[in-house]
Design a protein around this ligand. Structure first.
Ligand code: NAP
Length: 325
């Protein structure tokens, strides 16, 4: 793989898991001469410089983007509109702006109107992540062999699309282009709904446990602590890992992909009701057919090399690497 720099100066706004991983990967490949960064808190900015994945750090986005050829928004999607507005005065002519946000139509809605006419917006979503957050959680291999979906609007400057495609390909991703609304529907089912289900199951289990413990205490029985944790084998343990994902990031994903998530949640609820009915009426053939079909889907995921760790497969990095959001 070539290591010729693609950009002179890149600015990363947000220095958590995604921002720091991209910085590590860009440095690993020698793709950028200078990486500038900015984050909300002084603590994160200091930590980024201490770890050493930035060449310079700034308090504001407007300062960080000065003279940058490429700006990458790496904060929660709910912050993008304000950040785009704040950085506008600092953007140089012909700058390319991209992002790593897990939803795409809302990014175009919020960011495009805030950019000057000379800037090129090429939204992107690396479908790669872990449940960890912050500047210490990043690692250069995060994007290796993972998909990165670009959702440029019709008429976007082709050179800008190519430059963003090249960057993601050279940090290890498999790049695909897609319409933003289509992206949001696909990710609603493959990522957003599974996270919502994990948040629900873990919350419900915790409420149930509290209830059972109260009941045992009232009956004078021995109070057993934390059976949910003690017996969290297999499936539930995987759900707890997913449900540990960053609350702000996931709040913003659900609020910014509301329609697709609600539509698919309706279909999911219908299917759940059908399975509930099959269990109630002892319709084992329905259950068996359903589970056989889903087992084949899992095989397909493994065969495409996208299995990650939402299963018995352990993450390559030991940091919970997984296909996410
Ligand atoms: P993270 O580790 O929590 O980092 C978020 C970063 O954004 C932090 O450096 C934070 O600064 C900064 N930030 C928050 N509000 C800001 C603001 N108003 N101005 C400037 N910086 C701000 O989050 P992440 O996991 O990297 O996620 C970032 C983005 O990647 C999200 O849009 C998410 O949808 C997307 N994504 C995440 C994953 C995943 O698995 N995590 C996967 C694919 C895409 P402080 O530390 O100072 O608060």
């Amino acid at each position: 793989m070539s290591t010729t720099p693609l950009f002179n100066r890149v600015a990363l706004i947000g220095l958590g898991l995604l921002g720091s991983s991209l910085a590590h990967a860009l440095k690993r490949q020698g793709l950028v001469k200078h990486i500038a960064g900015s984050a909300r808190s002084q603590a994160t900015r200091d930590k980024a410089m201490e770890i050493g994945f930035l060449d310079s750090v700034y308090e504001t986005a407007a300062e960080a983007v000065a003279d940058a050829d490429l700006v990458v928004l790496c904060s929660p999607v709910g912050t993008y509109g304000d950040i785009a507005r704040a950085m506008r005065p600092g953007l140089k002519k012909g700058v390319i702006v991209t992002d790593v946000g897990s939803v795409k139509a809302a990014v175009i809605r919020d960011v495009l109107p805030e950019l000057p006419g000379h800037a090129h917006l090429v939204p992107s979503h690396p479908v790669a992540g872990t449940e960890n957050s912050g500047p210490e959680s990043g690692f250069a291999e995060l994007f290796d062999g993972r998909y990165c979906i670009l959702t440029p609007t019709p008429g976007t400057n082709e050179k800008a699309v190519q430059a963003v495609t090249d960057m993601w390909a050279r940090v290890g991703s498999i790049v695909e282009l897609m319409d933003a609304t289509h992206h949001d529907r696909v990710l609603a089912i493959t990522s957003h709904l599974p996270h919502l289900i994990a948040y629900t199951i873990v919350g419900t289990a915790s409420d149930l446990e509290e209830h059972l413990m109260k009941e045992s205490a009232q009956n004078g029985d021995m109070v057993r602590t934390s059976e949910v944790i003690k017996f969290s084998a297999g499936g539930f343990r995987d759900f707890t890992r997913i449900a540990a994902s960053d609350p702000i990031m996931w709040r913003d994903i659900f609020l910014n992909n509301r329609e697709a998530v609600l539509e698919l949640l309706g279909r999911f609820t219908e299917d759940l009701t059908a399975l509930q009915r099959a269990i109630r009426w002892g319709e084992g053939d329905i259950l068996e057919d359903w589970f056989t079909r889903t087992r084949a889907i899992r095989r397909g995921v493994v065969e495409m090399g996208q299995a990650g760790s939402f299963s018995a497969v352990e993450p390559k990095t030991g940091s919970g690497a997984d296909r996410k959001s």
